[in-house]
Write a protein that binds this ligand. Structure first.
Ligand SMILES: Cc1cc2nc3c(=O)[nH]c(=O)nc-3n(C[C@H](O)[C@H](O)[C@H](O)COP(=O)(O)O)c2cc1C
Length: 521
């Protein structure tokens, strides 16, 4: 039961913090000659092409973004066309940009450094036009590669300790990282990025599924070794991150899977050489679950949620700013497909103000709950939102905490903190020039007590999913967004005493994009 030895999570987290000193002392440089490719390529496997048509859903994007995945009225059984759309909207190539040395391929969800180290796999029974199997999604040619033929869903039913959504799923989407594809740039901190980048991918996936009325639930409780074996992952270099149970199969229980023979597939080399960062593997192993019984017990952690009411700061009413989100009737009509295809990360913000309605709509839609096995209800959360407001009409600049139950921002300290925000976001211009920085902080002590080391995975992932929803909610309203990295302890210090003891999981900057200046005015 390594998972209960929680020193491992603290060691990893503390050992990968950024500070002013750690950044200055780090000798790491980017070895461009050895940059890994952004795809996992199986040269021996034939592509199973996916249909390229992208339908337009009728739900306004913001409703799809805020759906907890639980309430679709007419449940739809996923078909291969619908799955192709969902895979495209989660991890497909949405943009190509030529530059003198080549072409950059950008994907549907924001991912650190555009390095795209996460692959999606599909485990399904027979669908109308896709045979039962275990497939890898290959964005480079928009195809599936079949790793196993046959219905292997019951392997995941067992691995998840019979998690009800997995038991009933018509298919499961599994995310897995190949560490080196991200560690090339970010070294051991890349284990955090596994959950950051998977979170933005899953925010898209959940919205795309909700817009298609396909129920989807995130499952983090599973026996890692079984999933490794099913997907034939190289455990020294790769790790399974999450399962998403999709759709509801007919009430008939999934039959037994064929035997799980070991697979040996060649994959194209990623780069000339690879550097191992053992801290990532150590953290992954220490947060692995070893048996179905351990998974079942692990899930009990979800029921142990404390009252998450943000502690009262003794603040008077005039420090509270109630969210004023757009109601359903006033939402932009843009669909989630339009929003995902136009999404990018804002490279330059204009310092202009956004309205309280815009900020409220983003925060409100991103925090209406996620269906996940580590959260007992839509109100439950492992993270708290802390904001640095620079320019929001009707809200004084300052540091705030979001009171989730009251749907209100509470002012912690007033002031113009552009300079401080720029510093906290690793000295970049984006966090200084945006309108609002939204930080996600977790009480890691409590998360690790409830879930062991795997609570670290859950806290990072939940923050990143909400961060991904903020991205989408910003782009729906034609605002800009960018994920950011940060100086860990300085952020906690900045929001203290309120945030004392909490750990920073994720940061997104929101605001108005600066208009590109014309070259020849
Ligand atoms: C969690 C996260 C952290 C990021 N951190 C930074 C950052 O510190 N600085 C920056 O300029 N961009 C940052 N980005 C933006 C990525 O570089 C960007 O997502 C990537 O290049 C892909 O481009 P796209 O989002 O426009 O598709 C971050 C993105 C994410 C998701």
């Amino acid at each position: 039961m390594k998972n209960r030895e929680i020193e491992a999570a603290w060691d990893y987290h503390n050992g990968t913090k950024h500070s002013y000193q750690s950044i200055r002392a780090n000798q790491h440089y980017l070895d461009w000659e050895n940059q890994p490719i952004a795809f996992k390529i199986y040269p021996e496997l034939a592509p199973v092409p996916l249909p390229e048509h992208l339908s337009s859903s009728d739900l306004p994007a913001l409703r799809a973004i805020s759906s907890s995945g639980a309430e679709p009225d007419h449940l739809i059984v996923p078909t291969s066309e619908l799955l192709a759309e969902i895979l495209f909207l989660s991890a497909g190539i949405t943009k190509r940009r030529k530059y003198p040395g080549g072409e950059m391929l950008f994907r549907a969800a924001a991912c650190t450094g555009a390095l795209y180290h996460i692959d999606l796999y599909l485990v399904c029974g027979d669908l109308a036009d896709l045979e039962a199997g275990v497939y890898q999604f290959s964005p480079q040619d928009f195809a599936l590669r079949r790793l196993r033929a046959g219905d292997y869903r019951s392997v995941l039913v067992n691995a998840s300790g019979e998690e009800p959504a997995i038991v009933n799923a018509s298919c499961v989407i599994v995310s897995a990282s190949t560490f080196w594809r991200n560690a090339w740039k970010y070294q051991a901190r890349a284990y955090r990025h596994c959950y950051w980048d998977n979170g933005t991918i899953l925010a898209n996936l959940l919205a795309a599924a909700a817009a298609r009325k396909i129920p989807a639930k995130i499952v983090l409780g599973f026996v890692d070794a079984t999933v490794n074996q099913l997907l034939s992952l190289d455990t020294q270099r790769e790790a399974p991150l999450s399962l998403v149970a999709m759709g509801e199969a007919s009430s008939r229980r999934i039959g037994l899977s064929p035997p799980m023979e070991p697979l040996v597939f060649e994959t194209a080399p990623l780069s000339k050489t690879e550097v191992d960062y053992p801290a990532m593997r150590t953290m992954h192993e220490a947060s692995s679950l070893e048996s179905a019984e351990e998974v079942v017990k692990w899930r009990d952690g979800a029921e142990k949620a404390e009252d998450k009411r943000i502690k009262d700061n003794g603040g008077s009413e005039d420090r509270l700013f109630a969210l004023q989100p757009l109601d359903d009737a006033a939402l932009p009509r843009d669909t989630i497909e339009e929003v995902i295809v136009r999404r990018g990360s804002t490279r330059e913000f204009s310092r202009e103000s956004i309205s309280l309605a815009q900020l409220s709509t983003m925060v409100d839609r991103a925090t209406r709950g996620i269906q996940a096995d580590f959260l007992s209800s839509p109100e439950a959360s492992l993270n708290d939102l802390y904001l640095i407001v620079h320019a929001v009409e009707g809200v004084p600049p300052g540091a705030y905490v979001f009171r989730r139950q009251e749907r209100a921002l509470e002012l912690l300290k007033a002031g113009d903190f552009r300079r401080e925000a720029g510093y906290l976001g690793l000295g970049q211009e984006i966090p200084a020039d945006c309108s609002v920085n939204v930080y996600f902080l977790a009480d890691l002590k409590s998360a690790l007590e409830r879930f062991g080391n795997r609570g670290y995975r859950a806290a990072q992932l939940e923050a990143a999913i909400m961060g991904g929803k903020l991205y989408l909610a910003a782009y729906t309203q034609r605002l800009g967004a960018s994920g950011l990295t940060f100086f860990d302890d300085d952020v906690t210090e900045f929001f203290s005493p309120h945030a004392a003891g909490k750990s920073v999981m994720f940061l997104v900057a929101l605001g108005k994009s600066a208009k590109r200046k014309p070259v020849n005015p």
